[in-house]
Design a protein around this ligand. Structure first.
Ligand code: GLY
Length: 370
């Protein structure tokens, strides 16, 4: 097992990465000195595989868990679902010392984290991420929240978990598309600050695609180390933390403009990272060899690097980019790469170049959209 610390003063916590951790959930929670009542929030897919084991482990350690299952998919990340969760927490009389376990991928983690951040003005929570994407990114760092029609993650709170348990065994049954989508976030860590990690991912891609345990533990731990370091320096995204959004300005706009659920988050940010690399080449002189390596890695992993857009979809995509949280004074700001392993944030990009980039990543469709 690998252990990574997230250094945030009295809100510091541990990330544990390894096999067989779900069975230890109760014992791990027992060390946190929390109340006996708790709620496991999961979704209909994850719950089928892992809820029983989670409840059993918690009960065996003396906790009184209740299970709350939300429909699987991005559409559960909305206020109406948050309210349903509150109602169930209240019905089961969860109190200030009670806690929530977020058991699932990014959607469940963001939703359950937001519920924990706001129910009774905040109760403790533990992240048990069951997807690769959630293990390397969304479960760490305390970003919680839900989507609005107007955009992704527009309502939320920075609220840190007490513990993150990354059980690598959970990845064994993950559908291939979901697993591969997580590799886009994994590669992001290489692009933003670790050229050695990026080269390792290129070299070990076949092993990663086979979900080789030894390769995974090393890679997941390295991604968590990078995330912990960045979050430890800039918890609320005053500056540095923005680098974690490489590829996300365009990626979020793709998710929003295509209707949540069409693209998985990792797929959208794979296209977004390729697009950001193209902008980086034009604006910061990112060597075309580096931009090519990013695109090639995603192609080899089986991730999309282009998107089909008709004129209406293109307009929608552009409008969605303008609604991104990273917009300031009406200007869209990008994280751009100088080379693999080094990025800068808050970069202005002239609209003309954004339109050129959309030409490059969007295979044009006819007016009918065929
Ligand atoms: N996923 C980006 C962040 O946590 O800041």
């Amino acid at each position: 097992m690998r252990i990574v610390q997230v250094p945030l003063g009295n809100r510091s916590y541990t990330i544990k990465i390894g096999g067989g951790l779900l069975a230890r959930l109760g014992a791990e929670c027992a060390q946190l000195k929390l109340g006996r009542r708790c709620a496991v929030i999961t979704d209909s897919n994850v719950g089928r595989h892992f809820a029983k084991a989670a409840l059993k482990s918690l009960s065996a350690s003396g906790f009184q868990p209740v299970l709350i299952t939300v429909p699987a998919g991005e559409k559960s990340k909305r206020i109406a679902v948050v309210e349903k969760c509150y109602d169930q927490l209240a019905a089961h009389r969860l109190e200030r010392k009670s806690f929530i376990v977020a058991l699932g991928g990014g959607v469940v983690g963001d939703l359950a984290g937001f519920v924990a951040a706001t129910y009774l003005r905040g109760i403790p929570f533990v992240q048990v991420p069951t997807t690769l994407l959630a293990q390397v990114d969304s479960s760490v760092g305390g970003k919680t929240g839900v989507n609005l029609k107007a955009g992704k993650n527009l309502v939320g709170a920075f609220y840190q978990p007490q513990l993150v348990l990354c059980d690598l065994d959970a990845l064994k049954n993950l559908p291939k598309r979901e697993y591969v989508s997580g590799l886009a976030e994994v590669a992001k860590y290489g692009v933003i600050c670790d050229a050695i990690l990026f080269a390792q991912i290129e070299r070990n891609l076949p092993k990663l695609l086979q979900r080789d345990a030894a390769t995974l533990v090393a890679v997941v731990a390295r991604c968590c180390e990078i995330k912990a370091d960045v979050v430890g320096q800039d918890e609320t995204e005053g500056g540095l933390r923005a680098i974690l959004n490489f590829g996300h300005t365009i990626g979020h706009a793709i998710e929003n403009s295509s209707g949540y659920g069409k693209f998985l988050h990792g797929e959208a940010i794979a296209i977004g990272q390729v697009a950001a690399a193209k902008l980086s080449h034009k604006i910061l002189g990112l060597p075309s060899g580096d931009a090519g390596r990013i695109e090639k890695l995603f192609v080899h992993a089986g991730l999309p690097v282009k998107i089909k857009l008709d004129a209406v979809q293109r307009k929608k995509l552009f409008a969605a980019m303008k609604l991104d949280k990273k917009v300031s004074a009406g200007e869209i700001k990008f994280v751009l790469a100088q080379k693999i392993g080094k990025v800068v944030w808050s970069q202005r990009v002239p609209e003309k170049l954004i339109q050129q980039m959309l030409d490059e990543i969007g295979s044009r469709l006819s007016k009918t959209g065929n």
